[in-house]
Design a protein around this ligand. Structure first.
Ligand code: ZN
Length: 854
């Protein structure tokens, strides 16, 4: 099935056109008669016209539905089917609308609405999937209570809220909390539960369940603990308590997103909930803990207080990402979490902000809202909240949040509502701050300094390059956290937040005995690109002395980038002073292993390309790859005599525990092993592979061997061992492409698309292969154009199966204007080929058009 509207030009929706729905929805009753190809959905909905309605049109969304009958107050009526739904003449007083429709869950490969995954019924309604279930005002500002009856022969049949009755072949559910349709959920299938319980701070017992397919019961314990920790944390930190008797999580194999926060019935991509030491890496455990927290936290920030319209998506997502980052920082290491988040922001959001897909956290128009579940809405949306918290201070932040929950519980809100609570709680004018929500693009902040007679002056100049539709930008409020160090390494001024509000602005610091070394943008206090003339020796000084852990890492990261950029541009040898500094740090057992692992992890090749582009150079992917290889090889040689000792010292003994300490040590151990494998022919990695009793160590050994082209036997063994585990197989698919040399990456990916276990219908598997290809920078951008061609062919094939995943993966091409004219021409040809595909989905059409038109 397809989302396309092939005859009509795609419709564009605008924020400025918002109008409330003309009817209250008093209650919704749904009855499902499940059948794979012919599920019947009966709806009984009580509508009341609003006295003050601007618009009385009775329009219900509906797509891919077969309407069997429609009634008002028990009498048949004629509904007019129109583009995207139906219209009907209705009474001017309260009335009961009833409709019966038929849908085909088994044919629904788009995975929106009600669909089937491995014989199990499940739903995904955010953003606009409910209209594929029945006719309804499918918009987030329409909230109502739902009663659901499910009829079928599935052993387990679940919906939102609390169970109210069940018998042979039926189950009934009632959700007392009014909610928008995008939070509706239904699951039915042969499932088993991993039970748990939680007592809330007011003493209410809540039953918890994680529902999985038989055989996966052993992979639920970690997720259950993460859920309980999340419930406790939200009570302790935000004072927010859970509000139903039951909380269900279901794991589903075929899912477009990570997970979905449906009220009382979260549905998870199985990769984001199932975990065991044998099958999951440390990174998987951390991500699962964070996603379980994220979806749970939505119960208040998203469900109880939702969005008025989809333009406000970052209201719930930015805030909830910010909350889950706070949670992870509390559960694990605050600096490590911050560093990881900034690496991800630069890898995903900065390229988006700097390319043809740039949009503000609150976009003002869209054709397909599914295309706006982006790093800008989520991660930059969270950064904006972090800045707000920094500007008003912690106490005021929680004061404002309390007011938000008090004032808006049960409402569908806007960014204006959100900022207003901060203004009312703090008395601060946030009109200039609001530009962060409406302006796209990453601000660049140029810093210059001056020192005379004990006074040190920092001057900041901010500017934001043009983005599509926004040629001019006004200066924003930028919180700039700054500290000063004396040349001997002491901190002479602790962290202070300077508020930039003008295009150019200076700040002075008096009474300094000598010219200080500034530590600027501590904790990455704003999502900006800092430009400052500095030296490698100053960076090395900050790497050794900065008291702000983020900026210590940042100094090392900047140094690594400088060295790499010099290698790419001038063919320079790896900088000896930097290699010495790295060696010193990695051998310093006093330092946190997780921090050492981060410093030892080189900037990604795509990050180097982005840096070159920001400085006005055209990145050459092959040269960037060669520089990375030369650097790593030189580093391995420099560390040669220490590597065996370091490897032994960082090996974690005893049973595997997925905690932050162990994960930090294993991360460092994995980095050491990959360097060692370059020198010892893979002996140590082969030993580790053979003896590993957990996936983190097994995977690290396999990756080191495959990267060194010595892992053929282990790769075969891995396949034999894990071929029945879909999640582990995703790793196996991805790793082969990630480790491939530039000239073979596309061919490797192509071969894997012919593998019997490759499937277009499973988004995880498709992403494992095509996402890994796009992630192999030099391979994807290989001069032959084979990478571009293969991705385009697969996107064209996937579009008719799953438009949402296709459109999202198109973003792999978004940086195309960075590269040389030959590569640009190759990519342009592929984008045009995609656009020329007949019956292309609205989702993909919009993404490709935006990339081509900029
Ligand atoms: Zn979310």
């Amino acid at each position: 099935m397809n989302d396309a509207a092939p005859n009509a030009a795609p419709q564009t929706f605008y924020l400025k056109d918002y109008k409330p729905f003309g009817y209250e929805v008093e209650s919704v009753k749904l009855t499902f008669q499940l059948s794979p190809n012919a599920t019947k959905v009966h709806s009984a909905i009580r509508f009341t016209p609003k006295a003050d309605a601007e618009d009385n049109r009775f329009f219900l969304h509906g797509e891919q539905l077969s309407l069997i009958s429609a009634k008002i107050d028990g009498s048949p009526v004629t509904a007019r089917l129109v583009d995207g739904g139906l219209e009907c003449d209705v009474p001017r007083t309260s009335f009961l609308w009833e409709a019966e429709v038929e849908i085909d869950p088994a044919a629904n490969t788009a995975l929106e609405g009600l669909y089937m995954s491995n014989g199990m019924y499940c739903t995904q309604c955010e953003a606009e999937g409910f209209r594929k279930i029945t006719y309804y005002p499918d918009r987030p500002d329409v909230m109502s209570t739902f009663t659901v009856r499910i009829e079928g022969d599935e052993p387990v049949m679940l919906s939102n809220g609390n169970p109210t009755g069940a018998g042979e072949g039926w189950a009934e559910w009632h959700d007392p909390w009014p909610k928008p349709a995008y939070l509706f959920a239904l699951v039915a299938g042969d499932l088993v539960n991993h039970p748990g319980s939680f007592t809330t701070k007011s003493g209410k017992d809540v039953e918890l369940n994680i529902w999985v397919r038989p055989g996966d019961e052993g992979k639920c314990a970690f997720g259950m603990e993460a859920l309980k920790k999340s419930m406790k944390w939200d009570e302790d930190v935000y004072g927010l308590e859970y509000d139903l008797d039951l909380f269900n999580i279901v794991a589903v194999d075929d899912f477009n997103m990570g997970a979905m926060e449906n009220k009382g019935l979260n549905i998870f991509n199985s990769s984001c909930v199932l975990a065991s030491p044998e099958t999951s890496t440390d990174a998987n455990f951390e991500r699962i803990e964070a996603i379980i927290a994220h979806e749970y936290f939505h119960n208040w920030t998203g469900n109880r207080i939702t969005c008025r319209d989809w333009f406000q998506l970052c209201l719930k997502e930015g805030l909830t990402v910010f909350r889950d980052a706070q949670f992870t920082a509390d559960m694990r290491s605050e600096p490590v979490k911050r560093i990881e988040d900034v690496i991800a922001l630069r890898a995903r959001q900065f390229p988006e902000d700097g390319g043809p897909l740039a949009h503000p956290p609150r976009p003002e128009e869209f054709q397909e809202i599914n295309n706006f579940y982006t790093a800008t809405v989520y991660e930059k949306g969270a950064e904006v909240i972090g800045m707000l918290k920094r500007l008003v201070g912690d106490d005021n932040y929680y004061k404002a949040l309390n007011l938000y929950f008090e004032r808006h519980d049960g409402q569908a809100c806007t960014i204006e509502d959100w900022l207003k609570v901060f203004e009312d709680a703090t008395g601060r004018d946030l009109s200039q701050f609001k530009l962060w929500y409406s302006q796209a693009g990453t601000p660049r902040v140029k810093v210059t300094e001056d020192y005379a007679d004990g006074t040190y002056t920092l001057t900041f100049e901010q500017s934001t390059p043009p983005t599509p539709g926004q040629p001019e930008k006004a200066p924003r409020v930028i919180p700039m956290a700054v500290g000063l160090l004396s040349p001997n390494g002491d901190e002479v001024r602790g962290t202070q937040v300077l508020e930039l509000t003008e295009a150019k602005q200076s700040f002075t610091f008096d009474g300094l005995a000598s010219k200080p070394v500034p530590s600027i943008l501590r904790e990455f206090s704003a999502p900006v690109i800092l430009e400052r003339e500095t030296t490698n020796s100053e960076r090395a000084f900050l790497l050794a002395h900065d008291t702000d852990p983020f900026n210590r890492w940042e100094a090392g990261n900047a140094l690594a980038k400088e060295v790499r950029v010099a290698m790419v541009l001038d063919g320079a040898a790896p900088d000896a002073a930097y290699l010495d500094a790295l060696e010193k740090l990695v051998r310093d057992d006093e330092q946190d292993p997780a921090f050492r692992a981060l410093v030892l992890s080189p900037p990604s090749q795509s990050d180097i390309a982005q840096t070159l582009h920001e400085r006005g150079h055209t990145p050459d992917p092959q040269k960037i790859y060669d520089a990375a290889e030369t650097f790593t090889q030189t580093l391995a040689q420099q560390l040669e005599t220490s590597l065996p000792r370091l490897y032994a010292a960082t090996t974690v003994e005893g049973p595997y525990v997925p905690d932050a300490d162990g994960a930090g040590k294993r991360a460092l151990n994995g980095r050491i092993l990959s360097l060692l494998t370059r020198l010892d022919g893979g002996e140590q990695a082969a030993r580790q592979y053979a003896s590993a009793d957990n996936m983190t160590q097994q995977y690290a050994a396999l990756a080191a061997l495959m990267k060194a082209e010595k892992g053929e036997a282990q790769s075969k063994a891995f396949f034999e061992q894990w071929q029945d585990d879909r999640l582990v197989m995703d790793k196996w698919f991805a790793l082969q492409i990630a480790c491939a040399a530039p000239e073979t990456a596309a061919a490797t990916a192509k071969e894997l698309t012919q593998h019997p276990l490759f499937s277009m219908k499973n988004p995880n598997r498709f992403r494992a292969v095509m996402g890994a290809l796009a992630g192999n920078h030099a391979g994807f951008h290989h001069a032959s154009g084979a990478g571009y061609q293969l991705l385009a062919e697969n996107l064209i094939a996937l579009d008719s199966v799953n438009p949402q995943t296709t459109a999202r993966m198109c973003a792999a091409f978004q940086t195309w204007k960075r590269y040389d004219s030959k590569r640009q021409a190759q990519i342009q040809a592929e984008l045009e080929r995609i656009l020329a595909t007949s019956d292309l989905s609205r989702d993909t059409h919009e993404m490709v058009s935006r990339m081509l038109s900029a």
